[in-house]
Structures are given as structure tokens and as C-alpha cells.
Design a protein around this ligand. Structure first.
Ligand SMILES: *Cc1c(COP(=O)(O)O)cnc(C)c1O
Length: 493
């Protein structure tokens, strides 16, 4: 056949497009990417993925390599999380692992259709809200202590009603890096006869080898029935690999979907997908085989060292502080309201970005009891952070000097006006949720948030502090609707 374009031409174009992406290596982006700093891992993962490229992970009885690699990863993970008997599945990522944890618990509980609820701290990952919506169950978010950012067992207990079939906690949570009191929650779970899922998607594979003592958080805690952990975060695998582990075989099996009740092939899916790539599995398998537990321990040592240095550097900046008591590789920085001149964390992140480091902004969040988790800047510390740490600390200091005294950004004028309309009751949330997509897109463009500004694919030129300010000002379902429109328009032709 005569090709439409030459392979060289196609790949050259892809390289040009990749060049517009944020740097995935080198430690300049402190979220999204988990860089081991070991170039050979990328090469190994790439070869492993290529070897299984034609395989369909749907049927391990036909493609035996899939079953054996999965077996090895479950063994590796259950040893790391201290239950030599645990069973589980490899999934495509943390969201899928979290959905399966909820699905398995719901199906075990055998509730009538339309019933059921999960109880989780306000800091637990939004993947559980997604799970609850998909599965038609209620998510009851429990306020955390705004100082420690941990949930208490007594407030979780108070939220349990007769539809609750699962308790959830994080080790650590994403927004502040704190580990919930897993031992107390395990005791609560046992007392109430409920399962307890520990979401270790973010940091499980870092906590397992953390050099300083940590409160118990894994299967050693009585009452913990399942754990999710992402191989594509601190497992250093390319995106597309996570594990869901269950202490109990029957709970694991309840996550499956199986049917012979159609005219086609017998179906059994341990995860959400049908046909599935084995690339993520093979890449993660290759990396765990190459590093082994000692390799992970080495890398985690570097993470812990950088994390301590960064936190110390932040504590020396007048006007900023680390929120709560994070334990592990992640923390967040907020304005220090006790300082003479508190620094707005989003203005700070903007100023640090000008120094070449990308920090993630997290909006202020009001919990259901009215207490507030302040606006913050998120840090995911990875092994490669060590390679740039002096430069990064200097950028944090310089950025703080530039941001000191700046007021927090205001929402774009049009969105501030919209917030006013909600406040005086002239517009309701339902009015906005009922708008057609064109109208929402117009509202975004009117606010200067144009999803079409850069057809080349170069990183969007967004005024992030003002967008975060809009999220803080508008009703959250409205901003979710706007985000949907923005991303759809951004990626669609
Ligand atoms: C990242 C994360 C998830 C979701 O994982 P994805 O891989 O992004 O789907 C769930 N929980 C926590 C705590 C996370 O950090």
C-alpha cells in the first residue's frame, strides 16, 4: 500500500507536538509526573510495553504472560503492604482501583438497588465521588480537623447511617499529604462490622519504604480490608498501572463482572475494561523486577531527604507555612495568617512558575461543617527533585519575595458578576446547569478563558490565579460545568 504520510514524517510531527508539553523529566513540574531520575527505567518500560503491544489483556488463558505478570505484581504489592495472603487485580490507574473498591464492597453488601452509601474524609480523592455517582450510591464526606487535616474516628462514626457499606481513608491524602488515623478507623470498622478501604493510590509505594517511622496504615492494621496503590505514581511506571488488593478473596471476587448470558464468548472482567492493553502491566512489571524492594528503598530515601529540605525551606519563608502534619512524599503550603504579611499561595505559585518550576494550585475548600481548608500550593516530591533542589529552594524564596504583599487574584470580571447574581438570587445553579454548551463557552470566552486560543497545542496561556479565584467564588457545580465545557472545547475539532 502507498502510505498517506511517511512514518518518518508522522513521528517527526509527534516529536514537534511533544515539544510543546510541560517537561516530564528533570524535576521542574511538582505534580502529575513521578520521575525516578533513572533514564534506564524509561527505556526498560518502553521495551516491555512494545513486547506486549499486540496482546489482549482481556483473556489471560490465551495470553498467559498477562496472568504471570499480574501474579508477580500482586505478590510484590501484598508483600509491600504486609499481607502475604492478600489477593487483587492490576488496573489501569487509581480511579479504576477506587471504583472497584467501592463496587466490590457494594456488591458484597447486597443492598437493594438505589441504596447504599460510603463514608469518607473530605480530603479523600474525588475518584470516590465518581465511583459513587457511577454506582448510584451516596458519598458522605466527613469534615477533617482544619489544623491537622486528619479525620477523626468519632466524626466518621457519627456519619454512619444504616445504608453505609464502606468506610474509606487515605494514606496519604492528595490535598495535604496527611495520613488518616488508620488504626482508630480500623477499630471503628471492626466495631461496626464494616469494611475499611485505605486509598494509598498516591503514596503507597513510597510509604512502604519510608525511612522514618510512620503510624501503621496498611494490612497490618486490624480492620483494613482493601488497599489501592498506583504503580504509575511512586511505583515509577508509565501511566496505566495501579493495584487494588483485598485481604479477603470473596471481597475481591465481588469486584468482578462475569456473564455467559449472551450469544458471544463467556465474559469475565476483573476490572472495568473489556479488551485491555497489557502495556501498562508489562511496563510496571519490568520496573518492579528491575528495582526490587531495595531499589524502591533507595529512591524513597532520596524523596524523604528532599521533602525534609523543602519543608524546612518553606518554614524559613515568613508568610508561608506547611498545612497540617503531612507524613510521606507530599505536602501543601498555605498563607501563614500569623505572619505580619501572609503570602497568597497562588500568587506565590505564579511567581515560582516565572522561575521555571510548576506548582499545582488548590482552591480554598469549605467543609460541610463550615470550617475551611485554606487555598494551598501542592508539592509532589520525587527522586529527581534532589537533582534540582538548590535551584528549587532559591525559586521558592525569590518567588516569595515577588509575591509578598500582593493581594489574592480576583476572579475574571464576568465570573465575579455571575457570582454576584448567584448571591442575590437572580441566577440559580440549575439555570446554569441547564444552559447549552454554546452558552457556557460564550460565558467562558467573555471571562477571558478562551479554549481556542492556541490551536498549535502549546500549553494554554491561562491566568491560573484568577481561574482558581473563580472556583473559590462560584458554586462548585457551576465551575464543574464550566470545566467540562472548557476541556471539551479545548480538545475537540
Ligand atoms: C491519583 C490519586 C487517585 C486517582 O488516581 P489516578 O491514577 O489519577 O486515576 C486516587 N487517590 C489518590 C489519593 C490519588 O492521589
Amino acid at each position: 500500500m502507498s502510505p498517506h504520510r511517511s512514518t518518518g514524517d508522522v513521528l517527526a510531527e509527534l516529536s514537534r507536538r511533544r515539544a510543546t508539553d510541560a517537561p516530564t523529566h528533570g524535576g521542574h513540574v511538582l505534580s502529575y509526573v513521578y520521575d525516578s531520575g533513572l533514564a534506564e527505567l524509561d527505556e526498560l518500560a518502553g521495551h516491555a510495553a512494545a513486547l506486549v503491544q499486540p496482546v489482549n489483556g482481556l483473556d489471560p488463558t490465551v495470553f498467559g504472560s498477562v496472568a504471570t505478570m499480574e501474579r508477580d505484581l500482586i505478590t510484590f504489592s501484598r508483600n509491600a503492604f504486609h499481607d502475604p495472603e492478600a489477593v487483587g487485580s492490576v488496573t489501569s490507574g487509581g480511579t479504576e482501583s477506587c471504583i472497584l473498591a467501592v463496587k466490590a464492597a457494594r456488591d458484597r453488601a447486597a443492598l437493594p438497588p438505589g441504596r447504599g452509601a460510603i463514608v469518607l474524609p473530605s480530603t479523600a480523592h474525588a475518584a470516590f465521588d465518581k465511583a459513587a455517582r457511577l454506582l448510584g450510591v451516596r458519598a458522605i464526606r466527613v469534615p477533617v480537623d482544619p489544623v491537622t487535616t486528619q479525620v477523626s474516628a468519632s466524626s466518621m462514626a457519627a456519619a454512619i447511617d444504616d445504608e453505609v457499606f464502606l468506610l474509606i481513608a487515605s494514606a496519604p491524602n492528595y490535598p495535604t499529604g496527611a495520613i488518616d488515623p488508620i488504626a482508630a478507623l480500623g477499630a471503628l470498622a471492626l466495631e461496626r462490622g464494616l469494611p475499611l478501604h485505605v486509598d494509598a493510590c498516591l503514596g503507597g509505594f513510597a510509604l512502604a519504604w519510608w525511612p522514618e517511622p510512620l503510624p501503621a496504615w496498611d494490612f497490618r492494621v486490624p480492620g483494613v480490608t482493601s488497599i489501592s496503590a498506583d504503580l504509575h505514581k511512586y511505583g515509577y511506571a508509565p501511566k496505566g498501572a495501579s493495584v487494588i488488593l483485598h485481604a479477603d478473596r470473596d471481597r475481591h471476587r465481588a469486584g468482578f463482572f462475569a456473564t455467559t448470558d449472551w450469544p458471544g464468548y463467556p465474559i469475565v472482567n476483573p476490572t472495568l475494561l473489556g479488551s485491555r492493553s497489557a502495556a501498562g502491566l508489562a511496563a510496571a512489571w519490568a520496573i518492579t523486577e528491575y528495582l526490587g524492594p531495595d531499589g524502591y528503598a533507595d529512591l524513597v530515601g532520596k524523596v524523604a531527604d528532599s521533602e525534609a529540605r523543602l519543608r524546612a525551606a518553606v518554614s524559613r519563608i515568613d508568610g508561608l507555612r506547611v498545612i497540617g502534619a503531612p507524613a510521606g512524599p507530599v505536602f501543601a503550603v498555605v498563607a501563614d495568617q500569623s505572619a505580619a504579611a501572609p503570602i497568597d499561595p497562588h500568587r506565590w505559585a505564579e511567581a515560582v512558575a516565572a522561575q521555571g518550576f510548576t506548582l499545582q494550585a488548590q482552591p480554598r475548600y469549605t467543609q460541610s461543617d463550615g470550617t475551611v481548608l485554606p487555598a494551598s500550593t501542592h508539592f509532589t516530591v520525587t527522586p529527581v527533585t534532589a537533582a534540582v533542589i538548590d535551584q528549587l529552594i532559591e525559586a521558592l524564596r525569590t518567588g516569595a519575595e515577588a509575591a509578598r504583599g500582593l493581594p489574592p487574584a480576583a476572579a475574571p470580571e464576568a465570573l465575579a458578576a455571575l457570582a454576584g447574581a448567584f448571591a442575590d438570587g437572580s441566577v440559580t445553579v440549575d439555570d446554569v446547569l441547564g444552559l447549552p454548551s454554546e452558552a457556557v463557552e460564550q460565558a467562558l470566552s467573555g471571562a477571558g478563558i478562551d479554549p481556542h486560543t492556541d490551536p498549535s497545542g502549546a500549553a494554554a496561556a491561562l491566568d491560573l490565579p484568577s481561574i482558581i479565584a473563580a472556583i473559590e467564588t462560584l458554586p462548585r457545580p457551576v465551575t464543574a460545568r464550566m470545566l467540562t465545557e472548557f476541556l471539551a472545547a479545548y480538545a475537540n475539532p
